[in-house]
Design a binder for this molecule. Structure first.
Ligand code: 6R9
Length: 635
């Protein structure tokens, strides 16, 4: 098992070792796993090609490290505790033995339907145990899962299926979310109708909704599992074989398929989970994320299960049946570690104290946040009202690309400071640079966050587009991985993440490319062009502000067109991308060379109508005055 860092001195020692002798450091950690064949070389890399290989020629399977490695001591311990949407419905507890049986059976189902190592399988699923079972079955046979958050539209799902050339889709008839039933299968049907690579769709029965069922491609999960063989030997995987693809938004139009591989991701998620959350045997760990995002992959499924932990999976939403739901779950299961997003904290905080008072939160030991910067007010509320001033908060900074937590306190060991992700974890070598890429080496400084040395959990490429991988992450600054985030370091060497410095906005912890939203808006028949920026939003962190130029107005007038733009974006991307504010404008502020000056639009969206900086390159400054006037009318 992985040793836990247990003192501040221990952290400093581990960190130094990870920087001076990274290979020795990671090899010691990797040795606590089960390898079918040990690696020949720990690390082979350069950031110019770029090439990142960890544990070269090591052979393993991540599910053997979850199951076979733990079973003799943990077979009867709960691996997953699933809490359903309705608090009074029966929950499900899967022990390691039970989960293992289901995974092996589903592995055989996949093989039986012609899935081979390297094939891609897309997922569009609610938060039910079959999601985790199917993920692990993919990993066991070497199929590559590509999980798509089930809030995306049919169109977004289809784009992802097509990009990965997925052969199969795993889904459910419907999904419960609070008082709503989501027509999951209907969305999949719409997507799959445009995806020629999909041969089979496996459907889990969850809501018993009436659905279209095409016997030629659709299969019921329960029917497949009924006859499935229980015996299955894990496929031998190379450490650098792809484990999964997860799509995320970037500054340019199309979402990118981030590729993670088996060996490095295993070592990194397991190591960071154990240390950051200080997980001990017997603890009940609850991460409220959806498995459709990286947080769910790394810290609901892989990280916890690799450590033999008990991990919760929650089907519902934080405000159903009321805003005390998370706290009911914490007290029902005696949750020890609770990990959520600042947007959820702000939303629950705004509902009032009555949902927290009288809840027994005494089992809590550690609180965590992820996904976006946490403001001090929310941090203090979380600390005082949920943690009762006794639980450390781990503000964990990381990205889909980093695979696991990169900058974060180690619970109870690294002293915290509100809104600071504090210090890098062992193996992470952050560097702050200015716009030209010059290192800002003073302690207390502000700039762009890069990482200068590889760590095992980092992405290896963008699916099908290595050139884009190079361009996106390694071309802004030579020989550095560029995170896209701005950061401030204080006199203690603590890091405070300031937010994205590229054209990515972070809405309720979800990454959204402004270009992606603009393209969706521009699909509207009356729209000529648009520019999207983020603006500060009390609950969501950032909201979406769209400046739109229309050729003419439809009969519904200004309000009618705004509503139809919102509907259009929901249909094309999904409800998470729906603009919060739309302002119709005569034209956009452009430079003489035709580039939109987003800097100005960002200021206007923030309600700051001065401090535009140098606007001498603007083609027509009167446009700015008009937009400000319109913005004031909008408020
Ligand atoms: C894990 C995850 C990544 C972006 C990242 C940054 C923001 C994440 C944060 C944070 C401030 C934190 N972010 N954690 N900002 N403090 N603790 O969220 O991955 O969806 O890829 O988003 O989220 O801007 O670059 P992902």
């Amino acid at each position: 098992m992985i040793d836990k860092i247990s003192t501040l001195g221990g952290y400093i020692h581990e960190y130094q070792k990870s920087v001076t002798k990274p290979e020795e450091f990671w090899s010691r950690i990797a040795e606590s796993f089960f390898w079918k064949k040990k690696w020949d070389k720990i690390l082979d890399w350069n950031f110019s090609e770029p090439k990142i290989n960890w544990f070269t020629n090591g052979k393993m399977n991540i599910t053997e490290n979850i199951f076979e490695r733990h079973l003799f001591i943990r077979g009867n311990q709960p691996a997953i505790i699933w809490e359903p949407n309705e608090p009074n419905d029966e929950n499900r507890v899967l022990t390691y033995n039970e989960l293992f049986t289901e995974v092996k059976k589903f592995s055989n189902v996949l093989l039986q339907h012609g899935i081979k190592k390297g094939d891609r399988i897309a997922f569009y699923m609610p938060m039910i145990p079959e999601l985790a079972i199917a993920m692990l079955a993919c990993a066991r046979i070497g199929a590559i899962h590509s999980i798509v958050f089930a809030g995306f539209s049919a169109n977004s799902l289809a784009d992802r299926i097509i990009d990965a050339e997925a052969k199969m889709v795993i889904t459910s008839d419907g999904g419960y979310r609070g008082s709503k039933i989501i027509p999951i299968k209907e969305i999949v049907d719409e997507a799959v109708s445009t995806c020629p690579t999909v041969e089979k769709v496996i459907v889990v029965q969850r809501t018993n909704s009436e659905i279209a069922f095409d016997d030629k491609i659709d299969l019921w999960w329960h029917e497949c599992m009924a006859g499935a063989e229980e015996y299955h030997e894990a496929e031998t995987m190379d450490a650098e074989d792809t484990l999964f693809i997860l799509y995320t938004s970037g500054s340019t139009d199309k979402p990118k398929g981030i590729v993670h591989t088996c060996g490095g991701y295993m070592v990194y998620t397991a190591y960071t989970f154990k240390n950051v959350f200080q997980y001990s045997d017997g603890d009940i760990y609850f991460c409220s994320a959806d498995i459709g995002w990286i947080t769910g992959h790394s810290y609901i499924v892989y990280g916890p299960l690799l450590n033999g932990a008990t991990t919760m999976m929650f089907e519902g939403i934080p405000t159903y049946p009321d805003a005390g739901r998370y706290w009911d779950i914490v007290s029902k299961y005696n949750v020890s570690q609770f990990y959520t997003a600042p947007t959820a904290i702000r939303s629950l905080m705004s509902k009032g104290q009555e949902y927290v008072e009288n809840k027994d939160l005494s089992s809590l030991k550690v609180l965590g946040t992820v996904g976006e910067p946490i403001n001090e007010e929310a941090w203090h509320w979380y600390h005082d009202h949920i943690g009762k001033n006794r639980c450390p908060i781990v503000d964990t900074w990381w990205q889909t690309e980093t695979g696991g937590i990169a900058i974060s306190p180690i619970a109870g060991i690294i002293p915290t400071k509100p809104s600071f992700a504090t210090l890098p974890l062992p193996g992470i070598q952050p560097i702050i640079v200015d716009a030209e890429g010059k290192e800002l080496s003073e302690k207390s400084v502000e700039g762009n966050l890069c990482i200068k040395y590889p760590w095992p959990g980092m992405l290896r490429t963008i699916w099908g587009d290595h050139e884009r991988f190079k361009k996106t992450y390694f071309s802004t600054y030579e020989n550095l991985y560029f995170t896209g985030d701005g950061v401030k370091r204080d006199e203690d060497g603590y890091y405070r993440i300031l937010g994205r410095v590229d054209d990515v906005i972070n809405v309720s912890g979800h990454r959204m490319g402004t270009a992606e939203v603009e393209n969706a808006i521009n699909e509207h028949p009356l729209v000529n062009e648009s520019a999207v920026v983020g603006f500060p939003h009390d609950i969501k962190g950032q909201g979406i502000y769209a400046f739109v130029v229309c050729g003419e107005l439809s009969t519904g007038g200004v309000e009618g067109i705004k509503t139809s733009i919102q509907k259009g974006v929901t249909k094309i991307i999904g409800p998470i991308a729906k603009p919060d504010r739309i302002q119709l404008v005569r034209s956009l502020p452009k430079t003489r060379s035709g580039k939109i000056m987003r800097r100005i639009l960002r200021k206007i969206a923030e309600g700051d109508y001065s401090n535009f900086g140098d606007i001498s390159t603007l083609l027509d400054t009167s446009v700015v005055d008009e937009i400000i006037k319109g913005a004031l009318e909008n408020v």
